[in-house]
Write a protein that binds this ligand. Structure first.
Ligand SMILES: Nc1ncnc2c1ncn2[C@@H]1O[C@H](COP(=O)(O)OP(=O)(O)OP(=O)(O)O)[C@@H](O)[C@H]1O
Length: 313
C-alpha cells in the first residue's frame, strides 16, 4: 500500500518550474529518503504532500485522500525545514499544548524521550540551541501519534550524538508501523537507514530504489593510495573509470575491477602506500546520477577526471 502518491505533478512558482511531471510513490511502513541537490524540488514536494500548497497540475494523494482535508492532516506529522516554535513556553508546555490539538496523542513523556529532550523539558523554547530546536520540532511532529511523518532536513544543525539518537528514534517509530519520508543531504545516514531512496533532480525523479540497487548502478570500488604516479599513468592502469591525483601524489580513483588494478600496480613495481579500497557508496551513486546537469560542482564534488589542484592555482 502507498501512503503518498504523486501523479504527473507539475508545480511552478511564476516563471520557476520546481516540479516537472513528477510521479512517485511512498510505501507504507518504510523509511524513504528523498534526496537531491539544492533546488531539486524536495521541499516543494513535501509542502504539496502536507497540503500547504497545490500542484499547478497533476494529483497528490496522501493516506488515500486529499492532503488538504483535515481528516488526512490529523494523521500526518510534519517537521518542516524551519519551524516557528512557541518561544515563551517550555519544551514540556509546548508538547502539552500540541498534544491537546490531537484526539489520540502520544504522552508528553514519550515524545520527550524519543527526541532526547528529557533534560531540557523545563527550558523555554526561545533558549534552546539550534540543534535542540530541531529536536523540539521533531517531538512536536510526533506528539500527534501520526501514521505518516514528513520530515524536511531533520538533522541539519544537530551534532553527531544527536543525529545518532535521531536515527535510532526514527527506527523505533518505523518498528511501530509508521511510514516516514525525509529529505537529507547526509547521504551516509540515508544509506544506513533508508529502505528506499528517491533521487530528485531539477524537479524530475532520476532514480527510485533501495540504497543497494542505486549503489549497484555505479558498481565497483573507490581506491585510494599514495604513489609517485602522474594522472596519465594512473588513467592507464586497467579498468580505471575516473581518477584524481593531488600534487602530493594522493590518488583517488573509481574502478569496476579493483583486483586487476592492484595486480597491475604491483606488477609495475610502483611504490605505493596508504592503500584504501571501499565499494562505491550511495554518495558515489548520487554524484554520478546528478553530475551531468550540475552547472557548478563544488571542488569536493568536481568531476573525478580532473586532477586536484593546490589552493590558489
Ligand atoms: N516560493 C517560491 N517562489 C519562487 N521560487 C521558489 C519558491 N519555492 C521554491 N522555489 C524554487 O523552486 C525550486 C525548488 O525549490 P525547493 O525548495 O523545492 O528545492 P529543495 O530541493 O528543497 O532545495 P534545498 O536542498 O536547497 O532545500 C528552486 O529553484 C527554488 O528556487
Amino acid at each position: 500500500m502507498n501512503v503518498v502518491e504523486m501523479e504527473a505533478v507539475h508545480r511552478a512558482y511564476g516563471p520557476v518550474t520546481a516540479l516537472k511531471d513528477l510521479t512517485l510513490q511512498v510505501r507504507s511502513g518504510e523509511l524513504t529518503a528523498l534526496l537531491g541537490p539544492n533546488g531539486a524540488g524536495k521541499t516543494t514536494a513535501i509542502s504539496l504532500m502536507l497540503g500547504l500548497s497545490r500542484p499547478t497540475s497533476g494529483a497528490v494523494r496522501v493516506l488515500g485522500g486529499d492532503p488538504r482535508q483535515r481528516a488526512v492532516r490529523a494523521r500526518v506529522g510534519a517537521m518542516p525545514q524551519e519551524s516557528a516554535l512557541p518561544g515563551a513556553l517550555t519544551v514540556r508546555e509546548s508538547l502539552g499544548l500540541f498534544a491537546s490539538f490531537h484526539s489520540a496523542p502520544l504522552q508528553v513523556g514519550q515524545a520527550l524521550a524519543l527526541a532526547g529532550l528529557d533534560a531540557l523539558a523545563g527550558r523555554r523554547a526561545a533558549r534552546l540551541s539550534g540543534g535542540e530546536r530541531r529536536r523540539l520540532a521533531f517531538a512536536l511532529a510526533v506528539i500527534g501519534n501520526p501514521e505518516l511523518l514528513l520530515i524536511d532536513e531533520p538533522t541539519t544543525g544537530m551534532d553527531a550524538a544527536s543525529r545518532h539518537a535521531f536515527w535510532a528514534a526514527l527506527q523505533e517509530l518505523k518498528s511501530q508501523g509508521r511510514s516516514i519520508l525525509l529529505t537529507t543531504h547526509y547521504l551516509e545516514e540515508a544509506e544506513r537507514t533508508a529502505d528506499r531512496v528517491l533521487v530528485l533532480h531539477a524537479g524530475h525523479l532520476l532514480a527510485d530504489g533501495t540504497p543497494e540497487a542505486l549503489r549497484a548502478q555505479v558498481g565497483g570500488a573507490r581506491v585510494r593510495f599514495r604513489a609517485g604516479l602522474t594522472l596519465c599513468e594512473v588513467q592507464a592502469l586497467p579498468g580505471v573509470q575516473a581518477a584524481q591525483v593531488s600534487m602530493k601524489g594522493q590518488t583517488d580513483l573509481h574502478t569496476r575491477t579493483p583486483e586487476l588494478l592492484l595486480e597491475a600496480l604491483v606488477a609495475q613495481g610502483a611504490a605505493f602506500s596508504d592503500l584504501e579500497v571501499h565499494r562505491a557508496t550511495l554518495e558515489d551513486a548520487f554524484l554520478t546520477l546528478t553530475r551531468p546537469a550540475q552547472s557548478h560542482p563544488s571542488p569536493q564534488h568536481a568531476p573525478a577526471s580532473a586532477p586536484t589542484l593546490p589552493r590558489g592555482v
